[in-house]
Design a protein around this ligand. Structure first.
Ligand SMILES: [Zn+2]
Length: 265
């Protein structure tokens, strides 16, 4: 029997300070690497993943490329490849916004601050996916590509998948241009109506995008049953005490994670 372990982190419970307070999981925005490593171990523990097992991440580029994790081991200390030892056991598995795992002992994480972390899994643990979806990814079809990748890896149909969408920026806060709504709409609604869809809010001339609702629309359109698409529901920009938000705080802020792993039960 396999078990799927998963969760979303918020900004609390870590050791980082200043704009990165406190559970920042990325060192790409200027935080102290030692603190990030401590935070990563804590994040694994928080979602129930054994901290001595690897967590695979990817260089996220707001696209729809798939990274298939092939190793269940993290980077090795002093490996001939010359990759630096990473005591936090997190390692880079490639470039893309969709990580696919199929073996016990593997975990995948996407890093976010306003974009949606999306977790998909086949309930018996044949495969699991972590995907990173902001408006650019949505417009590129990242959700549909994630569903396809999960089904391929698990040899199942979309109706059999479970999906959870973590905290992300919502229509209360995320003002965007009409071109963003059109680009997202083409990908998640096809030629269907783009108003009253749950993922667009109009206020006078202004338009607001609801990222988690757009992800849910794309999941449903891809064949995942609505009752299997769970939304966290909280807006990252609305809660400075709970979440990092790129839109609210600018580039010097932290990153949270959606993490999913497979364990042999
Ligand atoms: Zn909000």
């Amino acid at each position: 029997m396999r078990a799927v372990v998963r969760g979303f982190t918020d900004r609390n419970g870590g050791v980082s300070e200043g704009p990165f307070r406190s559970l920042n999981l990325s060192w790409s925005t200027g935080d102290d690497p030692g603190r990030v490593q401590q935070n990563r171990r804590r994040a694994a523990r928080l979602v129930g993943w054994p901290e001595d097992l690897p967590v695979h991440t990817a260089r996220q580029v707001h696209g729809r490329d798939v990274v298939r994790v092939t190793s269940s081991r993290g980077p090795e200390r002093g490996s001939p490849g010359g990759r630096p030892a990473s005591p936090d056991r997190w390692s880079d598995a490639g470039t893309g916004d969709i990580l696919v795992i199929t073996r016990p002992g593997q975990a995948a994480a996407v890093l976010v601050a306003d974009c949606a972390p999306v977790l998909l899994w086949e309930p018996s643990g044949k495969a699991a996916v972590a995907a990173h979806a902001g408006w650019r990814g949505l417009a590129a079809g990242v959700v549909q590509a994630a569903v396809r990748a999960a089904c391929e890896a698990a040899s199942c149909s979309p109706e059999q998948l479970q999906a959870r969408v973590g905290p992300a920026i919502r229509a209360c806060c995320y003002r965007v241009g009409g071109e963003v709504i059109r680009a997202v709409g083409r990908a998640v609604a096809g030629d269907g109506p783009q108003d009253d869809t749950g993922w667009v809010r109009r206020e006078g001339e202004s338009l607001f995008l609801d990222v988690p609702e757009a992800v849910r629309a794309a999941l449903i359109r891809s064949g995942v049953p609505p009752e299997r698409c769970g939304l966290d529901g909280r807006c990252t920009a609305c809660h400075p005490e709970l979440f990092y938000s790129y839109r609210r705080d600018g580039p010097r802020t932290g990153r949270m994670a959606g993490i999913i792993g497979i364990l042999e039960g």
